[in-house]
Write a protein that binds this ligand. Structure first.
Ligand code: SAM
Length: 300
């Protein structure tokens, strides 16, 4: 793995919650509070200077020291404090307004609220998580964010029946399963113990991730799936995706965002990676799988 920056080197990203406000209104509000807005001109953000992200129009970029946890816009759910890399999955999945979508491992729900914003709160957003405590945090977050199209379930995604009538119209799935978190730079003290990331633990995580991915591809109407982790380990990323594709020849990878500066490791260059050094974010991985042919409905 490449050299890890400290979390304090990464800018602070803010996603504007378009269910509650607009980017323009947030910019105006902050300007009235004495912040200085630099559009998308490349500038070094410091103090109260901020800019718009170059890739995503709903993301604003601030200096690393900025903390919005006590800010009105955050408490009112107008802004979501979410790293830019972790905004990739929902942006790329891009579910349609009114669609039926599954967020398989959803808590605490930042990606769920992002999906809901893209869906304009219309349709059905089924969100699962095993951890009841994380789900209760998620409920609070979704309420604050004004999300209403979701159905939360404290369920093991691996036990959700893909053939249940409830999911017959699900065409989009976001799968962001538990991972080693090795891309989350602020959580790391760089100790050799952490660097090693015990091989057994990684193996167990990769097995779980592959099971989730194979399971997700069983939903009969699925057209598009985004798989993401905040891990920098190929075992949890490219290797999981390669093994899944071997088993599921109906699906193929989509070449994501040609303008993005960091690709998945060879030969999975269709996928994206993110890092402190190349994308100025936490370490992250994203793959998008699509079904090659329309499902055979003749037998049903
Ligand atoms: N997508 C979330 C977000 O953006 O806020 C973060 C998800 S976190 C990386 C992984 C989540 O998967 C955890 O909340 C964990 O409780 C949940 N999880 C682990 N095993 C699961 C399973 N078998 N079924 C459903 N959720 C599971």
């Amino acid at each position: 793995p490449s050299v890890q920056h400290k979390g304090s080197d990464i800018p602070r990203y803010v996603r504007v919650n378009t269910l509650k406000t607009t980017v323009e209104d947030v910019i105006d509000y902050l300007k009235r509070e004495g912040y200085s807005y630099h559009g998308t001109d490349l500038c070094s953000v410091s103090g109260k200077v901020f800019m718009r992200d170059l890739h995503f129009r709903d993301i604003l970029v601030f200096s690393a020291k900025m903390d919005f946890h006590d800010h009105f816009l955050y408490k009112a759910g107008h802004i979501i404090l979410q790293d830019k890399a972790s905004c990739l999955p929902a942006y790329l999945l891009d579910p349609p307004v009114g669609g039926h979508v599954i967020d398989a491992c959803a808590a605490p729900g930042n990606k769920t609220s992002h999906l809901a914003a893209i869906m304009k709160n219309k349709g059905k957003l089924f969100a699962f998580d095993l951890d009841a405590k994380r789900l209760s945090t998620m409920s609070t977050l979704l309420l604050r964010a004004g999300v209403t199209c979701h159905r939360l379930a404290n369920e093991d995604f691996l036990k959700v029946d893909p053939l249940s009538p409830a999911y017959k119209d699900v065409k989009h799935i976001l799968l962001d399963p538990s991972c080693s978190g090795s891309g989350m730079v602020c959580l790391h003290d760089g100790s050799s113990e952490e660097q090693e990331q015990e091989p057994e633990r990684l193996k167990a995580l990769a097995t779980f991730q592959l099971r989730c991915l194979n399971h997700a591809l069983k939903f009969p109407k699925l057209q598009r799936l985004v798989y993401s982790t905040c891990s920098i380990h190929p075992q949890e990323n490219e290797e999981v995706v390669s093994l899944c594709l071997e088993k599921n020849p109906d699906f193929r990878l989509i070449h994501l965002l040609p303008e993005w500066p960091e690709r998945g490791q060879d030969p999975l260059t269709e996928c994206l990676r993110a890092s402190t050094t190349k994308t100025f974010t936490h370490g992250f991985f994203v793959a998008m799988l699509v079904r090659q042919a329309t499902p055979n409905t003749e037998s049903s």
